[in-house]
Design a protein around this ligand. Structure first.
Ligand SMILES: C[S@@+](CC[C@H](N)C(=O)[O-])C[C@H]1O[C@@H](n2cnc3c(N)ncnc32)[C@H](O)[C@@H]1O
Length: 308
């Protein structure tokens, strides 16, 4: 899920790589061939997907047509790196997770770092008869397709925050940690943050976790994914986590740490201490966990503020 990769011009995503200024020159033949084949692939795939979805809809049970009708068309273009299978898997995964843990009939849901609104269709199922789903993201290029694709889903809305993240908004170093989120303290039943804390260093994580704690109602839930560093080697450079930041916190890219942040289980326990209790832990396979989820997903319950 670490696919939203953006690197500042003139910097390198690869630690230790030497920066060079290149004169513009004609790309090599294999690059041009690759570009051409990709172009042809998506020309066929985009058109074929239109007919295939129609056929899939005919073959599906009525109850599953909601998912087919809400597949983001961008999946079938080179614009995003989510496959149809990955998107559907996510819908099913969250359909189960929310069904098990979300007991309120009209829940108020906030999706922090909503990206292209992947969770909007599945959350809509829970809020269509009341309640609300609010997707928040700092990237206009993510919020715009959310509004286009899911703006008409009842009780679902999206908000472009002014917060910054050095990986996603390379011009901005600091963040306001959710200060402009259009929600009142104690007003949410659940906050979801998938593949977002994997782009936040310790200090920011503490601030955002405090914000989530403040905005949740008593006994509110948070579903947050982390990359837990284990005694395991993933050969993909994104997951090596061999550069220490603060005790227990690591990155795979010291030149832009927010590209990928991992932490030890002990560091996570310290982060959650006195604020959240862990109801469930689904282990992430990319860092050697035993479950089919890519990242570690924690279902958390808000604890009363110390001294409250
Ligand atoms: C890897 S993407 C995950 C998107 C989505 N949650 C999903 O699982 O498909 C991370 C998203 O978090 C957003 N993001 C990162 N830092 C943020 C912040 N401080 N405030 C709001 N959004 C943030 C990015 O713009 C990006 O859309």
């Amino acid at each position: 899920m670490l696919r939203c990769r953006r690197v500042q011009p003139g910097t390198s995503a690869f630690p230790g790589q030497k920066q060079q200024v290149h004169e513009p020159k004609r790309p090599p033949l294999y690059c041009r061939m690759r570009k051409f084949l990709k172009f042809v692939f998506y020309k066929i795939y985009t058109v074929a997907s239109y007919f295939w979805l129609k056929l899939d809809r005919i073959a599906s049970w009525g109850e599953t047509r909601h998912w087919i009708d809400n597949v983001p068309r961008a999946i079938f273009t080179p614009d995003i790196y989510v496959s149809y299978a990955g998107w559907m898997h996510n819908q099913g995964f969250f359909a189960s997770l929310l069904s098990v843990f979300l007991k309120k009939p009209q829940p108020r849901i906030l999706d922090f770092g909503c990206g292209m609104g992947n969770l909007a269709p599945v959350c809509h199922h829970f809020v269509k008869n009341g309640g609300s789903y609010l997707g928040v993201d700092l990237d206009e290029k993510q919020i715009a397709p959310c509004l286009k694709t899911y703006g008409s889903l009842s009780n679902c809305s999206f908000y472009l925050t002014h917060d910054k993240n050095p990986f996603y908004t390379p011009d901005g170093e600091s963040t306001t940690s959710g200060i402009d989120w259009p929600v009142k303290d104690g007003s949410l039943d659940i906050v979801i943050a998938m593949s977002v804390f994997t782009h936040l260093q310790e200090a920011e994580s503490i601030r955002y976790l405090n914000k989530i704690h403040e905005t949740l109602a008593a006994d509110g839930l948070a579903m947050i994914s982390f990359l837990i560093k284990r005694d395991y080697i993933n050969p993909h450079f994104v997951y090596n986590f061999d550069h220490a930041l603060t005790p227990g916190w690591f990155t795979s890219n010291p030149s832009c740490p927010e590209m990928a942040i991992g932490l030890t289980r002990e560091a996570l326990e310290k982060l959650l201490a006195n604020r959240f209790e862990v109801l469930s832990h689904i282990e992430g396979s990319v860092t050697g966990g035993r479950h089919p989820s890519l990242q570690d997903i924690f279902v958390l319950r808000k604890l009363p503020a110390p001294g409250a």
